[in-house]
Design a protein around this ligand. Structure first.
Ligand SMILES: [Mn+2]
Length: 387
């Protein structure tokens, strides 16, 4: 398979020279465009996209798509690639995380920081989401064929049609065209943590690297399945921990809503949990020292961060589907993240469960949640660029 060398990066945007780059052009929409809109919301979506791509106020969808292709074609030189996966089909009772990839970028272009305009970062766009689907293994073949015909010009191309599988394929293609870039995934509900972590794990295995998984959440997400569904917001961490061999490399911080106590999860699954009450009581440096010591003892080379915004207290992030009182402050989340990433390189990250349609009754929301999310993303980009 052809590599994406310097000359490819400078090639005209219409030339998809590698199969991976061509696939990415099919799997991905321009940034903020992964949610399919026809009339309602379309003008607002287009206005954000013009600002993301620094286009004029009269730029049409063709100009936005051309700008997206240019970013994709140049992504081989990036140190960070940002991918939106705007699905909330894997969520529970309350939804709305599908709007986070557009709204977080809107917040970034309107209020900063200018993460996506940095030369080291490539915002490669969004998975094109069919909102009724989650994973291809839940679908009958005729439905897969029908969605392929709708999503891809060449309808018989053997590409996935569901958000989790499309994210998985996109991340493996990104690893090919931008092998030195760290992927940062914006969800979406926490089901997207599965393809994001699994892709990072596979890339680490190929390079002989051992990953540690640092997971912020109010919930454990450690069910093997939920109502017969294998991958959703409540199960992804179980499967990630299986990939890690239940050997202690999953550290969960901020837990405070679980049907079982800490001892149950630590004894049965080998995880380490620092519940919210403990994390708030201990100095940040003390928590960092424990996690660093653990990862060092277990031979970890690099860290993946999965950040469910509901690990953060609702005072700073109320716009989420399952808020729980008593969470961490952004200073605590950021202090722990920065401390661990000062010792280990960041290998990949996801930021999930930001649900902009929610909490409008709370003064300052959802902008406060979006600002918290933007600060977390800035820490990931800074960790890579500084590293
Ligand atoms: Mn979660």
């Amino acid at each position: 398979m052809a590599s994406c060398g310097a000359e490819d990066r400078l090639a005209p945007v219409t030339t998809d020279r590698t199969p991976a780059l061509e696939r990415l052009g099919r799997l991905l929409a321009p940034a903020g465009g992964g949610v399919y809109l026809f009339s309602t919301g379309k003008a607002a979506q287009r206005a954000v996209q013009r600002r993301i791509y620094r286009l004029s106020d009269d730029a049409d969808d063709g100009a936005i798509e051309a700008a997206h292709r240019r970013v994709l074609a140049a992504a081989g030189g990036a140190r960070v690639v940002v991918l939106g996966v705007p699905t909330d089909t894997g969520a529970g009772f309350v939804r709305g995380a599908n709007q986070a990839p557009l709204e977080i970028r809107r917040h970034l272009v309107e209020r900063g920081p200018d993460l996506l305009g940095r030369p080291e970062a490539a915002d490669v766009g969004d998975v094109r989401v069919v909102p009724h689907l989650l994973a291809d293994d839940m679908l009958a073949e005729p439905q897969i064929r029908a969605c392929r015909a709708a999503l891809y010009e060449d309808g018989d191309v053997a590409l996935p049609v569901s958000p989790l599988d499309m994210a998985s394929r996109a991340l493996s293609d990104l690893a090919e065209i931008a092998p030195k870039a760290v992927p940062i995934v914006i969800g979406g509900d926490h089901s997207v943590g599965w393809p994001a972590f699994a892709a990072a794990f596979a890339r680490a295995e190929r390079q002989g690297m051992r990953l540690g998984l640092l997971h912020f959440d109010a919930h454990t997400d450690l069910l093997p399945h939920r109502l017969g569904v294998r991958i959703c917001f409540a199960t992804w961490a179980y499967h990630a921990n299986e990939l890690l061999g239940r050997d202690g490399r999953l550290v969960q911080v901020g837990i405070r809503a679980s049907g079982r106590d800490r001892g149950h999860w630590e004894a049965s699954l080998g995880v380490r949990q620092i519940w919210a009450e403990e994390a708030r009581r201990r100095p940040v440096d003390d928590v960092v020292a424990e996690i660093v010591e653990r990862f060092e003892r277990l031979g970890v080379d690099a860290v993946y961060v999965s950040n469910d915004i509901d690990g953060t207290d609702p005072a700073f992030a109320a716009a989420t589907g399952t808020p729980e009182p008593g969470g961490l402050s952004p200073e605590q989340v950021r202090g722990i993240t920065r401390g661990v990433l000062a010792r280990f390189p960041l290998w990949g990250a996801d930021l999930v469960e930001v649900a902009p349609p929610l909490a409008h009754e709370v003064p300052g929301e959802p902008e406060r949640t979006l600002a918290t999310a933007a600060a977390y993303l800035a820490d990931y980009v800074d960790a890579v660029v500084a590293g």
